[in-house]
Design a binder for this molecule. Structure first.
Ligand SMILES: Nc1ncnc2c1ncn2[C@@H]1O[C@H](COP(=O)(O)OP(=O)(O)O)[C@@H](O)[C@H]1O
Ligand SMILES: [Mg+2]
Length: 117
């Protein structure tokens, strides 16, 4: 994956309570298996759509993920909202690891995050 990520201040930066890591992504990977045939379960290779990325976003900040087509941006978005499960790595939102979040915690988090298609 060949991407550049930058953070820039948003109006909410004025809030002195901001500044903690709202989102932390650690060594995140998503590999898609390539099978030998449509009905085959034999894995002949893998698409390494996301292969070990780490970043954090502080409360009140905006992060832009920029890169060429097919470099894994949408896959990262889908992982963050749990439309996909990671192959490896972790996503911590407001101190809660998404992989270990209870149904109740996930419900609360779903109210705070969304994809804009
Ligand atoms: N469900 C999937 N199965 C297999 N390969 C996928 C799947 N989703 C994405 N990919 C592949 O993963 C790579 C990254 O895709 P994507 O995250 O959509 O890139 P971007 O959004 O940066 O254009 C591409 O090679 C794409 O073909
Ligand atoms: Mg995309």
């Amino acid at each position: 994956m060949n991407t550049a990520a930058t953070t820039r201040p948003t109006p909410r930066d004025q809030n002195p309570d901001d500044g903690h890591d709202l989102l932390e992504v650690i060594d995140l990977k998503k590999h898609f298996p390539i099978r030998s045939g449509f009905f085959s379960s034999q894995e002949v290779g893998r698409v390494r759509a996301v292969d070990g990325i780490s970043f954090s976003i502080k409360a009140g900040k905006t992060l832009a993920l920029v890169g060429e087509s097919g470099c894994g941006k949408s896959t990262v978005g889908r992982l963050l909202v749990k439309l996909l499960d990671p192959t490896e790595g972790s996503i911590v939102l407001d101190g809660v690891d998404l992989a270990q979040a209870s149904g109740e915690q996930m419900q609360a988090m779903r109210r705070q995050m969304q994809m804009v298609f």
